[in-house]
Design a protein around this ligand. Sequence first.
Ligand code: MG
Length: 382
Amino acid sequence: MHSTDTSGSKGSWKERESALLASYAMHSIDSLGRVCSEPEHPYRGPFQRDRDRIVHSSAFRRLSGKMQVFTGDMGEYHRTRLTHTHEVSSLARTIGRTLRLNEDLIEAMALLHDIGHPPFGHCGEDALGECLKDHGGFSHNQFALELVTKIEQRYTDKPGLNLTHEVLAGQQFRSDKATSQTQMLEIQVVDAADSIAYDSHDVDDALKLGLLEWEQLDGLDLVERAKRLVPLEQIDPKLRRSLLVHTLLDLQMGDFLRHSSLELDRCHSMSSTAVSQAAVRLGMSPQIEQEKQQLEEFLFEHVYRHERLAQVRDKAAMRLRQLYRLLTSHPERLPERVRGWSESWGIERAVGAYLAGMTDRFCDDQYLLLVEMGRPSGIDWS
Ligand code: MG
C-alpha cells in the first residue's frame, strides 16, 4: 500500500479538516492511500474523490433499478436501493457533521454500502447464495468489494476504482461485522444510519402500500413514544404518516447523537486509530435500542414476511436460479466481458457476478429472453 501524496496545496480540504474535525475523526491526511498511488487532486481530498468515483460507477447507477423491500410492480412511490442509499448518506452525514467526524469519508462509505445488492433484494441474495454454495457463496457486502476492486474500471489501467484503504476497510468491516473487533467511528455511523433509515422508511412505505394498517402499530414502544411527542391522532390523516416517520427518525437520530456524544466525551484528544483500538462504540441508549429492536421484530413478522412480498420473492428466486443454471451450462450466451471473467474466476462465479449486477427489470427481461423464449442474450450491460 502506497501513501497518497498529501503535500502541496494550501487553503484546501486539509485546512478545513484540521479546523473542523475532532481528533478522533479519520483525517484524510492520515489516509493509508490507494493500492496504485496517484497524484493529489488540486481541490478535492481523497475521500471526496472516492465519493465521486462511486457515484460515477455503473454499479451505482444500477441501484435505481434494484428493489429495497418493495418491488416495481407496487408503484413508484416507495424506496429503491438508490433512494435508500441517498437517505442513508443524508442521515450519516448529519451524524458525522454533528460529531465532528469525517463527513467525506462517511458519504463515500454510505454511497458504497449497498452497491453490491443483487436484483430482488435479500431474496436475490439468498437465491444466489444457494446457487453458489459450492463456489464460495454470495454476500452483497463482499460483492460490493469485488465490484470496486475487480469489476469496475475507470481510473488506472488496472481493474477497480482504486479507492482509498479506509473506504475499502469500511466495506470490509460490513462484510466481517460478526467477527470484527475494531472499527472506525465513521463506519459505525454509516451502519447506524442504515438501520435508522430502513426501519423508519419501511414503516412509511408499508403504510402507504397498504401492507400495514395504522392500528397495527399501536402498542409498539417507539411508536407510542412518537405519539407522546407529536399529536398524531389529531392530525390530518394525509400528514399523519409523514409526521410519524420523521418523528421516528428524529427520535432515533437524537438519541444516537446524545448517547454517542457521551461516549466521545471520554475520547478527548484520542486519534482515530486509538479509538478503534479501544473499541469505542457509538450507539443509542439501551432503552431506545430495545424499542428499535421491537419495531424491527414487528417489521420482520408483518412486512418482510407479508404474503404479497413472499410471492415476489418466490418468483424472483426461481428466475435467478433458472438463469444461473442456463448460463453456467451455456456460457456462449453470456456477454463477451463475462466470459472473460470466467477464465479467471470460473464460470460459476462469473455468472453469479453477472446476475448480481443486474437490475430487477434487466433480470426479468433476460429471463423472458433466454429462458422463456430461448434466444441468445447478446446484451452487455457493462
Ligand atoms: Mg442499506
